[in-house]
Design a protein around this ligand. Structure first.
Ligand code: ADP
Ligand code: ZN
Ligand code: ZN
Length: 709
């Protein structure tokens, strides 16, 4: 006699199948079991979710119930804690459970048929049987901890809740992470640790450090990676290793927060302030916030680390007496820094661009400084947050500009292949010979990107020689030069080997990399973020500049003090004053005061609804109609008392690929109130969609705790 089971599938969030579906099975299956089930003509991967329903739900005709196709019971069921995490994430970020759960599983689980999968599982079992862990980890043969590191680890053990390791760049945070992991693994036979980094590019470096440290003790498969750049087969392998418990350490990007790890006891979030932890498609989750939640759910310790924490985490780590819930642990000095000024951090020099030759890109004193560094065989890094050659082309006669016909944005001029490329929709054309509007031959570039900066620097440094008499060697690293697989690695290797004198690039080069020989870092034009309408822009700029400064002088044996140069028209701006003193706490304090006065996060909670439609009117009409309809929701008066719904406005880039975009901000002083509102309002959004004035609406999505407004 078959039994009923309820199964979640990857069904669209806004469909009416968003909940669990009921199927029949020959045998009872415990929640968390992976199954294959028929849906229409297709067969899909699903997960048995809740306890079996006692009876067929009223809405379903019992005669139409279908049998599951297969139970993948060679894979242990997903744990209750994992399912609770998925349930929470789906509910909090306003998506369906099935969507979040299935997106958190490796794609090959969906794609392989049962036979292929059982072969894979057999292979996995033999692979992990190979593991011959030697003696347990023994830290006594390792480098001695610095006083600050030892104290940090001590503090970590004094507190059960989340910790924020606030450590300067180069203060040895990674070593602290590895020690905490090592203690955990040595102390418990099965314990697992999850270590997250913001960018795929940073995983190889970290993976190498962790593998070198842990594989000799725990076997080759003890450390696995998990990120979207991996081949599907590799990803499945890592996932199975984590889920079976044979992997003791999982290193990954934001998606790894959902890794199935039955013995998870420690979660580390490195560079916790990094915006990459926030997903910008599907469920727009924050992996950092979910890490905190997961830690509580599983009784695992959580350690966030950063030299420039997010203001949210900074605020949560205020003294407990003032309501802080995280323990703040400080490591202000760089490893190996003698008692030199500011713990061995670089000297920050501001160049007042108001007093430099007009239209100069690299100011004379900066050029002089770069030249001197090259003469001493030191490396320089120059960054600019814009790729391509020039952000706009313009006719010198009429008012033609290189607008994208499909977006409300300019197409960027790329000199290397003489194209105009839209960085939003990808639309690419050869540069016109003459102005498309008036036929003028004279088309001028406006502004500059990294490609032009590199060209300009090459000219400026053409007469300069390295100590060995050779010309200056320059390399550019940005999204354009690193498209090919392996090209980033090979370019970085050239920097590390010392072959390169000057590294030019976008913010890509400013983060995380452990460059040992760079002693000068320069930000060419960071001013725009100072006056952005996005209230988080200063926070992002400050952390980017601090991170960039952190790339300079990581080798304390350099005799000349390293420098961070900032070219700005606003040298006395408080942000640069704090930067000069490497004073994140002062910067955070002033920002928090501003945010509190303005009632911004972390003093309020926000959600955005974004709508896309053929016309801007439709997109806005949908949002405004849903906003008005909220007054008719059950308990509306009570709910809306704590909620502010703003009017719909066009998004900052209003049109991409001929689709108009609008957004609406929702704010509350209470997270709970906002959640309660959003949960009920989902239905309103769904019904509003079918109203006549919303014809032409393409899609909408809710973004809870949005980072970009
Ligand atoms: P962070 O992550 O804080 O920027 P890292 O962990 O990368 O810093 O450490 C910076 C450098 O210092 C690394 O090269 C690391 O190997 C080295 N280091 C860390 N801890 C120690 C220590 N206790 N003794 C000597 N060198 C150390
Ligand atoms: Zn013209
Ligand atoms: Zn475009």
């Amino acid at each position: 006699m078959p039994t009923l089971i309820s199964v979640i599938l990857h069904t669209p969030a806004h469909s009416n199948m968003a909940g669990a579906l009921t199927y029949l099975s020959d045998q009872p299956l415990c929640p968390g079991t992976l199954v294959r089930v028929p849906l229409g003509q297709r067969e899909l991967l699903g997960v048995v979710w809740d306890d079996p329903p006692h009876s067929v739900p009223i809405a379903i005709d019992p005669a139409r119930l279908r049998m599951i196709a297969a139970a993948l019971d060679a894979i242990p069921p997903l744990t209750p804690a994992w399912r609770a995490l998925i349930d929470f994430a789906a509910n909090y970020y306003q998506r369906s459970t099935g969507e979040v759960a299935l997106a958190a599983l490796p794609p090959q689980l969906r794609d392989l048929n049962t036979l292929q999968l059982s072969r894979r599982l057999g292979k996995h079992a033999t692979d992990s049987a190979d593991v011959q862990p030697s003696s347990a980890s023994n830290d006594s043969d390792l480098i001695a901890l610095t006083t600050e590191q030892a104290r940090a680890i001590g503090q970590f053990h004094t507190y059960d809740g989340p910790c924020l390791l606030f450590g300067a760049t180069g203060s040895g945070k990674t070593e602290v992470f590895m020690r905490c992991t090592s203690e955990l693994l040595a102390g418990s036979e099965h314990a697992q640790a999850l270590v997250m980094v913001p960018e795929i590019n940073l995983t190889p470096q970290l993976e190498e450090r962790f593998k070198n440290r842990f594989c000799p003790h725990y076997g080759q498969s003890a450390v696995v990676s998990m990120h979207s750049g991996m081949a599907p087969a590799q990803r499945l392998k890592s996932w199975l290793a984590a889920h079976s418990g044979s992997a003791r350490i999982v290193l990954g990007t934001r998606m790894a927060v959902f890794a199935a790890m039955p013995h998870l006891q420690l979660i580390i979030v490195d560079e916790e302030h990094d915006p990459s932890y926030k997903s910008h498609e599907g469920a727009r989750y924050s992996a950092r916030d979910l890490a905190i939640y997961r830690g509580r759910l599983e009784g695992a310790r959580v350690m966030l680390g950063s030299a420039t924490p997010s203001l949210e985490s900074w605020y949560h780590s205020r003294p407990a007496a003032e309501g802080g819930r995280y323990l703040r642990i400080e490591m202000p000095s760089r490893v190996g820094a003698s008692l030199s000024a500011q713990g061995g951090l670089p000297l920050v020099r501001r160049v007042d661009m108001n007093h430099q030759p007009k239209a100069c890109v690299i100011s004379p004193p900066l050029l002089q400084a770069i030249t001197e560094r090259i003469a001493r065989s030191e490396q320089c890094m120059v960054f600019l947050n814009r790729r391509g050659y020039a952000p706009v082309l313009q006719c010198t006669d009429c008012d033609w500009k290189s607008e994208c016909p499909h977006c409300s944005a300019y197409r960027v001029f790329h000199k290397i292949d003489r194209t105009l490329r839209c960085h939003h929709c990808g639309f690419t054309e050869r540069v016109p010979r003459t102005c498309p509007t008036c036929g003028n031959l004279d088309i001028a570039t406006v502004g500059r990107g990294t490609e032009r900066l590199e060209e300009h620097l090459e000219q400026l440094l053409s007469e300069v020689k390295r100590p060995d008499g050779n010309p200056v060697c320059m390399v550019r690293i940005d999204a354009d030069t690193t498209k090919l697989k392996g090209s980033l690695e090979s370019q970085l290797a050239r920097v590390h080997s010392g072959e390169v004198d000057v590294l030019v690039g976008t913010q890509m080069i400013a983060k995380g990399h452990d460059f040992r020989r760079i002693t000068l870092v320069a930000a060419i034009n960071p001013d725009s973020a100072l006056f952005s309408s996005d209230f988080r822009a200063p926070e992002r700029l400050f952390s980017l500049l601090m991170q960039a400064a952190g790339r300079a002088g990581r080798d304390a044996s350099n005799t000349h003090r390293s420098e961070m140069w900032v070219q700005t028209f606003h040298p006395t701006h408080p942000l640069f004053e704090s930067l000069k003193r490497h004073d994140y706490p002062a910067f955070a304090k002033s920002q928090l005061v501003e945010r509190q006065t303005a009632g911004m996060p972390p003093f309020s909670f926000q959600a955005l609804v974004r709508a896309e439609a053929r016309t801007q009117e439709t997109a806005q009409a949908f949002l405004n109609a849903a906003s008005q309809a909220s007054a008719q929701m059950p308990n509306a008066a009570l709910l809306l008392k704590h909620i502010t719904l703003y009017s719909a406005v066009p998004m900052s880039i209003q049109r991409i690929a001929n689709i108009e975009r609008a957004q609406m901000l929702i704010e509350s002083h209470s997270r709970t109130a906002l959640q309660r509102f959003l949960n009920i309002w989902q239905t309103v959004l769904r019904t509003t969609r079918s109203e006549p004035q919303c014809k032409g609406l393409i899609r909408w999505a809710v973004d809870v705790d949005p980072l970009l407004i």
